[in-house]
Design a protein around this ligand. Sequence first.
Ligand code: C2E
Ligand code: CA
Ligand code: CA
Ligand code: CA
Length: 274
Amino acid sequence: SKNAGRSCFHVYSAELKAEADQRNVLEIELREAIWREEIEVFYQPVIELGTGRVKSVEALARWHHGTKGYIPPAEFIAVAEAGGLIVELGNQVLARACRDATSMPADVKVAVNLSALQFAGTNLVDTVTFALAQSGLPQTRLELEITESVFLADTEENLKTLQRLKALGVSIALDDFGVGYSSLSYLTAFPFDKVKIDKSFIDRVDRSETVAVLKSIVQLAKTLKLSIVAEGVESSEQVRRLQSLGIPLGQGFHFSKPVPLAGLSWQGPAARRK
Ligand code: C2E
Ligand code: CA
Ligand code: CA
Ligand code: CA
């Protein structure tokens, strides 16, 4: 059994090595894809539940790998962050999103996800300023989505950067709200414009415990003058429940999956259908 344990460890470490090698290959391929500007940007509409109108679109990175097809961002964003590629990747997505947004209706905003690591460099504010200037997109049409992780490291410095971003006139949304440990404190740490309630709450919106939590979030958002988006809305039953809770905005497969720029449709009723 001692031997078995040892060989087990052996297999395990070999597996780990294979996994690490695969990761390195992926990182090298990702670096090339970023270098060749092959990362695509898809858009998912955020819908005003009361009218069915598109209020904004969220930019979501897509990597179409030569042999593996589309690799999900959950996989390659982590590789980009670990490999020091996220700043360049993030800059490309931001620039593309701002450019694409200039061909969207003028009352539609574009939201771009920021990694906490993009705050580590000193020039995030310059990067955003440049992307706006280069595209000609008015600053009021850009929204930046951040998660709590921005508050975990270098809090003082990151808070300053957030304030400078907000001073540019762009809006700031707190993403994945509710899944962290102390979301409520982060909500009051900075004057966010919007809070995006994580899909895990929307999945359980038929439960009374979830309803109670959502009610208090709606109340808090009112007090803090924040807009609220429900993420991952998948059914008309959920839409009905969210509306009765007073949640004004929704995003999810019920309305549309993320699509290329050319696939977006702006008509209310069409956008409302699946
Ligand atoms: P996120 O910011 O929370 O984005 C929402 C994710 O939920 C997207 O996954 C979207 O496709 C998915 N989603 C939307 N509605 C539904 C629904 O009704 N049902 C289900 N099952 N899923 C839904 P996606 O595009 O795979 O992105 C995953 C995550 O990768 C994003 O989560 C975000 O954290 C990250 N990400 C994507 N693009 C970027 C980027 O350009 N920069 C950074 N830093 N992160 C990005
Ligand atoms: Ca997001
Ligand atoms: Ca989210
Ligand atoms: Ca997420």
